[in-house]
Design a protein around this ligand. Structure first.
Ligand code: PHE
Length: 337
């Protein structure tokens, strides 16, 4: 049995040494150490060994098993190291790597963050509402009668169940007044949807920023001061403003804001940038009726609201000639911001 074991040891070690790839090595392991392998076969002979010889032969058996096991592991490591070296052989680690280009925030998102930051400094809190709305939140509560053109199916996306895609973020005024009481000072940026013909200045989905301030004694001077401060922060101190009388169902009086600024390129052209006005008492009354209380007593509270399109502002500020660039997802455009 001694001879058998020694013969097996040298045969196995030679075979392992000769194995030039992992598959061959695995075959050697099965052949010598496997359940049906050579070592198992010899160890079965232990049954017939005399009591005196057993300890010595048992130890030799273990020695041989250990030697083969170690040789297998060593060879496996050597083969792996060789494969690694081969894999790296043709790689020039001194070549410059493939750089990961860092993305940037979308230009509208950048403007939105900037705008929210300015309003936060004036004490406005962030408010939110759903894009899919009811007619109540989009029109009725905003004093917009059933025959108003904005409610037309030609202008508004209606869902089969009668809900709609909000046509403006003024819905968030209503959402906020439903659950909160004065004083209220919020801004609400978000998507708005209109069934417009898509062209260089119109998309079916665009981004608006809404503002609402309700408290005792809020007046037109507050509205003007707030918007002028905001737009001066955005466009520079030399910006000039014009508040032009206008009509919105939910504000009275209502205005459109025009701005003129050297920062905007066309220095002597008035650009229309926002709609605004004093909250119409009819809106407060609709809220009270909805809530079943007098939280928005029009004898006690006044408020102002405003809304403007961020896409349009971004176009003016960056001199972008076509609104569709914002949604085309063209890297050559987006990487400039
Ligand atoms: N919701 C109006 C629009 O989309 C803008 C607006 C908001 C006007 C708030 C007045 C007050 O055109």
């Amino acid at each position: 049995m001694d001879d058998q074991l020694e013969a097996l040891r040298s045969e196995a070690l030679a075979a392992i040494d000769a194995a030039s790839e992992e598959a061959a090595l695995e075959q050697a392991r099965i052949k010598y150490l496997g359940q049906a392998g050579a070592l198992t076969a010899i160890s079965k002979g232990m049954r017939d060994v005399s009591k005196e010889e057993k300890p010595r032969l048992g130890k030799l058996l273990n020695d041989v098993r250990g030697a083969i096991t170690v040789a297998l592991e060593d060879r496996k490591r050597a083969l792996a190291a060789r494969a690694d070296a081969a894999a790296f052989a043709n790689i020039d680690v001194t070549l410059p790597g493939a750089a990961h280009r860092l993305g940037t925030l979308h230009p509208i998102t950048q403007l939105l963050d900037h705008a929210v930051g300015i309003f936060r400094r004036m004490g406005f809190a962030f408010a939110d509402g759903p894009d899919i709305e009811t007619e109540f939140h989009c029109f009725d509560a905003l004093n917009t009668p059933a025959d108003h053109p904005a409610r037309n199916e030609q202008d508004t996306f209606y869902l089969p169940d009668g809900r709609l895609l909000r046509t403006h973020t003024s819905t968030v005024q209503i959402r906020t007044m439903e659950k909160e009481t004065p004083p209220i000072r919020i801004i609400a940026p978000g998507a708005a949807y209109r069934r417009d013909e898509i062209d260089a200045t119109h998309l079916a989905q665009f981004t608006q920023m809404e503002g609402l301030y309700v408290d005792e004694g809020v007046n037109l001077g507050d509205l003007k001061g707030t918007l002028e401060f905001f737009f001066r922060e955005l466009f520079g101190k030399d910006a000039k403003f014009r508040f032009r009388p206008h009509f919105f169902p939910f504000t009275e009086p209502s205005f459109e804001v025009d701005i003129k600024s050297t920062a905007l390129g066309a220095a002597d052209k008035w650009l229309e940038i926002a709609g605004c006005g004093m909250v119409d008492p009819a809106v407060f009354e609709a809220m009270n009726a909805r809530r079943g209380d007098l939280a928005f007593d029009p004898e006690r509270y006044t408020g102002f609201a405003f809304g403007f399109g961020l896409d349009r502002l971004a176009m003016i500020m960056a001199g972008v000639p076509d609104i569709r660039y914002f949604t085309d997802n063209d890297q050559r455009f987006l990487a400039q911001f």
